[in-house]
Design a protein around this ligand. Sequence first.
Ligand SMILES: [Zn+2]
Length: 259
Amino acid sequence: MFQTIRKFIAGGVAAVRGGHEPEVRVLREPDGAFTVGSSYTDHPHYTRRCWVIRDGKAEERDIHEATVVEGLFSARFAAGHIPPDREVWLRNEITALTARCCPWVNCHIGPNLYVTDLLSGTNGAFWGYYHPNVGEYGSIFVNTELRTDRVIETTHHEIWHIVRPCLRREALAAVDAHVQRGSRWANHAYLNEADERRARAYAHYAMLWDEGCSVPVDTSDIDIGRLGLGKMDHLRVFWSVYSGGAAREIQRRTAQEAA
Ligand SMILES: [Zn+2]
């Protein structure tokens, strides 16, 4: 009986979609309950787990306790479908990445990210988002229900945004000297914004490393706080953020100023 129903649904969906593979979301495990009132929770990849990551530690949250509301800003996740092994891999990878590049930041990850930011007039579904004033020292939000490499690229992108205010002016000028030479994106103000250009360029750079294509970089004297203006270039700034050198330098400088 259940098999008949499953075949009927699969056949119906395939017909609607022109004979392609059936939409996996409507399928149930062969032995799963398929009764009136059953829901997507029968699907083996259903998850309502989210994670809050900081200082190299990840804490699990249910989507219903994961909503972040501060002032005119709110971010929330919705239950989604992520294979458990992928979910765990992403959590571990993003935990290591943020511990290296911005350990002081709250990083929220989960399926189906929605953000409402009344101050900037933002409202909708996002791959990633950041807010410098939400959480004790700023927050990053990443949607994990994307293809794995997109999740990591988005994390790199948001890391740039959240670290950028801590970088020296000379470092930003070195990056701008290159990205401002790039071609203009027609009719798309967001894509042409200065820090969006930097963030995308940085994420591409980081992904090159992640894919095993090392980018030539002089790793000596890489501390961007000690580099003279003449020695600063965009690849060294990107390497500093990616390698965690910038994070160490930012914390050292902050400790000095606090002393
Ligand atoms: Zn951005």
